[in-house]
Design a protein around this ligand. Structure first.
Ligand SMILES: [Zn+2]
Length: 311
């Protein structure tokens, strides 16, 4: 091919690209989403019940093309032979094992020094597990309420080789789970499909909110990370959650892939620091305050809706 022909081909390619872009409305590219699972709280469950829950979650992920999640481990919840063996199953199955502190303290209530020590304390439990990865997530996504505390932790994490395990799509599955467990304790024949529907609607509502916000703030679709928990709600419905996102055209991706997105290397300058990384970047611009509630997510927002539905 001579130079002229080559230029012509390039021209045709560029035209095709332009047409392709013209057909696709802005932001219509299929969003992608990874699953991240926090806490690993077994709520005092017996070994049989805890193993069953662990298996159900792992099976749901495996059934979706062996989807690889990231597990953010709270040390105090798994500080036993049983706890460690349940987490190890995640590493063995290829899921990332990440740090969510030992005690799950609310950073604003603690000094930098004690919080930093608590961060390293969990390593003794998980550092030898397969797929242990130095990625960190703050409990309740609270990254410090003063400039000094925020920046000291940022420096501390960097010095210890950690990268941030930010959430893009925050939600309140923990609150729906809490209500479901209370109801099941009172009535083992509770209306599970009603809880499932509420949960799916809630996640879809939050995912579309944070995705829409991301398009406004970043001007593009990031690789999303959804925050959910190792709990009864997801033991029952994680498969349905994955089916729902897939059926709506979202692409389910491995957490390790999602965390390569540049959005996970940002450090928004806001106080109090934290929330979803999309929320925080939106807050930092000062342009979206009408769209941002604080905290970004909370059980208080779900309570009246669940009360009304009798859930
Ligand atoms: Zn947590």
């Amino acid at each position: 091919m001579d130079r002229r022909e080559f230029t012509k081909t390039l021209g045709a390619g560029a035209l095709a690209l332009t047409l392709h872009r013209a057909v696709l409305p802005f932001g219509s590219e299929a969003p992608s989403l990874a699953i991240t699972i926090d806490d690993f709280s077994f709520f005092g469950a017996s070994q049989t019940v805890a193993e069953q829950r662990n298996r159900a979650l792992l099976t749901a992920l495996r059934a979706h093309d062996n989807l690889q999640a990231a597990a953010f481990i709270c040390g105090r919840n798994i500080d036993s032979e049983m706890g460690k063996s349940l987490v190890r199953q995640w590493g063995n199955a290829g899921h990332l094992i990440c740090n969510h502190t030992y005690s799950h303290w609310f950073y604003p209530n603690r000094s930098f020094t004690e919080f930093a020590q608590d961060t390293l304390r969990v390593e003794a439990l998980i550092k030898d597990m397969p797929r242990f990865t130095k990625r960190f997530r703050f409990p309740a996504l609270k990254e410090g309420d003063t400039l000094e505390k925020r920046d000291k932790m940022r420096t501390f994490l960097k010095e210890h080789g950690y990268r941030m395990g930010y959430v893009t799509v925050d939600a309140s599955d923990w609150y729906i789970d809490q209500r479901l467990r209370t109801r099941l304790a009172a009535n083992p024949k509770a209306d599970l499909p009603a809880y499932k529907q509420y949960y799916l609607d809630h996640l879809w509502d939050r995912a579309t909110f944070y995705h829409g916000l991301a398009l406004k703030v970043l001007g593009r679709s990031p690789k999303h990370t959804l925050l959910i928990h190792h709990n009864v709600l997801n033991e029952l419905f994680l498969g349905d959650v994955l089916d729902m996102f897939a059926s709506k055209g979202w692409k389910l991706i491995d957490a390790e892939n999602a965390f390569t997105d540049q959005v996970f290397s940002t450090a928004p300058n806001i106080l109090p620091a934290g929330e979803s990384i999309i929320w925080a970047l939106a807050k930092e611009t000062g342009k979206f305050d009408d769209l941002l509630r604080y905290p970004g997510e909370d059980g208080d927002y779900e309570k009246p809706k669940m009360d009304k539905l009798g859930l």
